[in-house]
Design a protein around this ligand. Structure first.
Ligand SMILES: Nc1ncnc2c1ncn2[C@@H]1O[C@H](COP(=O)(O)OP(=O)(O)O)[C@@H](O)[C@H]1O
Ligand SMILES: [Mg+2]
Length: 144
């Protein structure tokens, strides 16, 4: 097992549009601070922002755990919420169940999950209806 260099846990609240984006901003700041490659920070920013927005829009609450080792950066978001009935459909580009109100705020393009996957080297999405959703994303780091 690779040694953990940094681990941080954040709470994200559903429907809290005022604080939406705060967690991913903090994630980016922390990763910039420790001197990670800007490309990795950018990818982690997309992953954490899109996952955070999905919690804000669709779930009740979640924890986001950021873990950095020499080899990889992992972002795990575990939420309590309605779950995702059809993960394959949710992963399709353009698929969204966002409300008109959310669309008016500029969300709901249905690109969040596809973009999380694109920016991840490993990606796992699991869900239990009526319980919640767990998203695991990993970015490999080149160890020199
Ligand atoms: N954490 C979640 N809990 C419940 N449903 C979710 C969650 N994340 C995503 N979804 C579902 O998957 C769909 C696609 O998500 P995404 O690709 O991020 O697009 P968008 O957020 O623009 O709708 C959402 O519209 C929603 O129906
Ligand atoms: Mg989304």
């Amino acid at each position: 097992m690779a040694e953990v260099l940094l681990q941080r846990k954040f709470q994200v609240r559903g429907l809290d549009f005022d604080k939406a984006g705060d967690t991913s901003a903090e994630v980016k700041a922390i990763l910039t601070d420790v001197g990670l490659d800007p490309d990795v920070v950018l990818r982690a920013g997309v992953i954490s922002f899109e996952a955070e927005m999905n919690v804000v829009m669709y779930a009740v609450r979640a924890t986001l755990i950021l873990t950095l080792t020499e080899e990889a950066l992992s972002i795990v978001v575990d939420d309590e919420g309605p779950g995702i009935p059809d993960i394959e459909m949710a992963m399709q580009e353009g698929y969204s169940t966002a409300s008109d109100e959310m669309r008016e705020m500029g969300f709901g393009y249905g690109m969040g999950l596809p973009n999380i996957k694109k920016n991840s080297d490993e990606f796992v999405l699991e869900s239990q209806i009526g319980r919640g959703t767990r998203l695991c994303s990993m970015i490999e780091l080149d160890s020199r």
